[in-house]
Design a protein around this ligand. Structure first.
Ligand code: GUN
Length: 286
């Protein structure tokens, strides 16, 4: 294997240490710690694991977590009412509604009811609009984590060819926007892209966020490229990314593993956003 493996766990740990340090002056000035509300509808095992990791990370750094877990059968208006309660709760600085929601619920409408100042996922139309305008408010956690990893690795983005595979609201669209704001030349690929491998092979930085196990192999990687794999796909043998790690690592200069790459960064940036939201709401700069 030629590529350097990018250690997302280590970078996330460093981000968490920074947050711990930054929390102390906030607590002193505000007289309380920030609070993050997690909302998980139903008992989907994978979502329970993810939300459990978010709650544990809050505990680790000293953010208060408030968890709500209504039944899978909750009606749209009831869930909107729950979000309204959390919007009105002064002790809640951030609200995260874990996605996906059961099919009978309209996720976009639920997310749109979150107070944009508490939208630590950066998914409300207000925060998505601010990002589109180039003046980000709260930034989606996974894209922010990708940017943090690239910065930590010292990857020069100015003028670089970056290819993003995937166009989801959660990752593909916002990460492409952040990369453009960093002055990269950004191409977004999706299911209708012709000759995907050839487009990807132009990339100095390849970001895979499409949710197809091992879609991208050696032919999609330019020699010396940096490969960021956002995919988390559950196969019988365990978790795999959107990139065929072994094949791509023969060609790339650096690559994130799955698990242990982007995943830990998503949680670290959620904590970062919660502190940012708390500062924004209370007017405390520290
Ligand atoms: N489901 C998978 N990733 C995420 C995320 O970053 N935020 C939310 N709210 N749900 C998710």
């Amino acid at each position: 294997m030629a590529a350097r493996v990018i250690d997302g766990k280590a970078v996330a740990a460093a981000v968490k240490e920074r947050i711990k340090v930054d929390l102390a002056p906030f607590e002193e000035e505000a007289g309380r710690v920030p609070g993050l509300a997690t909302v998980l509808v139903g008992e989907d095992p994978a979502s329970e694991v993810y939300v459990g990791m978010k709650i544990k990370a809050c505990e680790e750094v000293g953010i208060r977590s408030i968890h709500r877990q209504p039944d899978a059968g909750i009606r749209q208006e009831e869930l909107e009412g729950l979000v309204a309660e959390l919007n009105a709760d002064e002790a809640v600085d951030g609200i995260l509604v874990q996605l996906p929601l059961p099919d009978h619920l309209d996720s976009d409408r639920i997310v749109a009811t979150i107070d944009p100042r508490k939208d630590v996922d950066g998914l409300t139309p207000v925060n998505a609009g601010l990002l589109a305008h180039g003046t980000p408010g709260l930034t989606p956690c996974t894209p922010a984590g990708v940017m943090e990893l690239l910065a930590h690795e010292g990857v020069e983005l100015e003028g670089a060819e970056v290819v993003v595979v995937g166009r989801s609201k959660l990752v593909g669209v916002p990460v492409a926007r952040l990369l453009l704001l960093a002055n990269a030349t950004v191409t977004t690929c999706h299911s209708r892209t012709r000759d995907l491998d050839a487009v990807c092979a132009r990339a100095d930085v390849l970001v895979a966020a499409v949710g197809v196990p091992r879609l991208l192999g050696a032919a999609a990687v330019k020699p010396g490229a940096v490969v960021i794999d956002v995919g988390v796909n559950r196969l019988e043998g365990g978790l795999v990314g959107d990139v065929d790690f072994e094949a791509a690592a023969e060609v790339a200069a650096a690559i994130t593993p799955v698990p242990g790459g982007v995943g830990p960064m998503t949680i670290a940036m959620l904590l970062h956003n919660t502190l940012q939201a708390a500062r924004g709401r209370t007017g405390h700069s520290s």
